[in-house]
Ligand binder design. Structure first.
Ligand code: FNR
Length: 189
């Protein structure tokens, strides 16, 4: 079977290293996974005022999440947490009350930073948010990517063999996790 994975890039930067990481993960994913980006850029700032009537952009965003089997968060760390744009997107998806898009939707988190701890603190924060949002989370493996210039090319080729192998294995484990979760929690069950 083929599984659809919707991925979010937590950065809006035109030179984002996390976008490069996402491109690499698309390349390294096993053939059973189809990776589809779910863009967060066009969402306005969330307010509870919208709950009565979500704008089309937010409805499309929630539909994109509904259409996939699992989620992958590829995010930078901003001030030891996740970027506001990504948190905003999560807040949109979690509402209106009773229509939380993350419920039973399995997810994985990964991120890259030039710093040595490679987004570890942001990922901990993100895990707390996703846990509250009732998304079954892949616990192991964890992936904290320290990005050195040239590690991933513009078209998503990983130039370091051990990193490429590690990321390939990450996507293999994500696939196995999605299969396990969907066995107990079928999509429409
Ligand atoms: C950063 N950066 C950063 N890095 C880190 O490892 N921990 C952190 O807490 C922060 N905080 C932070 C805040 C803000 C506002 C910015 C702009 C940057 C550096 C960050 O890792 C670096 O800019 C990456 O290149 C961001 O990822 P993208 O946007 O290139 O994918």
């Amino acid at each position: 079977a083929t599984y659809k994975i919707g991925y979010f890039v937590g950065s809006l930067s035109s030179t984002s290293i996390n976008r490069l990481l996402a491109k690499a993960l698309v390349r390294l994913a096993p053939p059973e996974l189809e990776l589809i980006e779910i863009p967060i850029r066009d969402l306005p700032l969330y307010s509870q005022d919208y709950d009565a009537d979500y704008p089309p952009v937010a409805r499309a965003f929630k539909q994109a999440i509904a259409d996939v089997d699992g989620l992958l968060f590829v995010t930078p760390e901003f001030n030891r947490s996740i970027p506001g744009g990504l948190k905003n997107a999560i807040d949109w998806a979690s509402r209106p009350w009773g229509q939380n898009s993350f419920a039973r939707k399995p997810s994985g988190v990964i991120g890259a930073s030039p710093g040595a701890i490679g987004t570890a603190v942001a990922q901990q924060s993100l895990r707390g948010v996703l846990c509250f949002c009732n998304s079954p989370l892949m616990n192991t493996i964890e992936a904290y990517i320290q990005f050195k210039p040239g590690l991933i090319t513009e078209d998503g080729q990983v130039t370091d063999d051990s990193t490429a192998e590690f990321l390939r294995n990450y996507m293999k484990e994500l696939h196995a996790f999605i299969v396990r979760v969907l066995t107990v929690l079928p999509r429409n069950g």
